[in-house]
Design a protein around this ligand. Structure first.
Ligand code: URA
Length: 265
């Protein structure tokens, strides 16, 4: 948690300014002000949240915090209201069709567009389930459900992720077979993959790990390179015809299916 040290010393006008546009501290953790976390949890209005916090009813990691503008890390900090952990927050699951050119981070020190530029204000407290490279497009899930996210990203669960790849040269059947068998990368061999040709230089690949730049590195190991890479499915949930840059809520069926997909091995 990051407390706004100077908050209590501001005069009335500056205080109002501070309230309307609190400046986030640097870094790329998913931070929210304490006031916002409380109101987001559906407990009451922002004004009520401020008064509860000021009244000492809210603690962060076991310590009472009276500054409504204190920054908290929504993934790591434990927030309690009247001694009860704020776990009642409704679980939310959002699917984003990420365009290429957006970075999967909360804030980019270099000022590049981030996926949060595409997320509606009221859903900016969600965090991405895994990452897609800057130049990768396609299906990205955001949620506030850490267990769900863990299941989808932990390679031990073998959750299948499907990518559509366009390479810079025609690929021979032997190339695709090599991808199917597994490729020796510097961090070890890749697991066997399902590969379907969709064109001379295009194919779909289903992998069950999510190593850094994995698909790109697999293609590079064939002395080729990726021109476009799109994730089109996670498990049975597909990007479908959701336009690039748009979001939609996952259906409860999709959440249920994804919560049970894969098996720990
Ligand atoms: N594999 C990659 O190389 N990049 C991604 O963004 C996802 C999978």
């Amino acid at each position: 948690m990051i407390v706004n040290g100077e908050g209590s010393m501001l005069n009335g006008f500056a205080n109002i300014m501070q309230r309307s546009i609190p400046k986030p501290p640097p870094g790329n953790r998913p931070l929210k002000t304490l006031e916002r976390v409380l109101s987001k949890a559906g407990l009451g209005s922002r004004t009520e949240a401020r008064s509860w916090i000021g009244g000492g009813r809210v603690s962060v990691n076991g310590r009472v915090v009276r500054d409504p503008d204190a920054w908290v890390d929504i993934e790591r900090d434990r927030i309690a209201f009247d001694g009860k952990a704020l776990r009642s927050e409704q679980r939310t699951y959002l699917l984003l069709h990420k365009p290429a050119g957006y970075i999967t981070t909360y804030r980019d020190p270099h000022g590049r567009p981030t996926i949060y530029d595409l997320i509606p204000d009221r859903e900016r407290y969600l965090f991405p389930v895994g990452r897609l490279d800057l130049d990768t497009s396609g299906l990205l899930i955001l949620t506030n459900d850490t267990q769900f996210a863990e299941r989808l990203t932990n390679p031990e669960y073998h959750v299948p992720k499907t990518y559509l790849v366009n390479a810079n040269r025609p690929l021979a059947d032997d190339d695709l077979d090599a991808l199917r068998r597994g490729i020796e990368l510097r961090d070890g061999p890749t697991r066997p993959a399902r590969v379907t040709r969709v064109g001379e230089s295009a194919f779909e690949i289903i992998i069950t790990e999510g190593r850094n730049r994995q698909v790109r590195r697999m293609v590079e190991a064939l002395d080729a390179s990726v021109i476009t890479l799109e994730r089109i499915a996670i498990g049975s949930v597909r990007i479908g015809d959701l336009p690039e840059g748009k979001t939609r809520a996952l259906t409860s069926d999709e959440v249920r299916t994804l919560s049970g997909v894969g098996a720990r091995r």
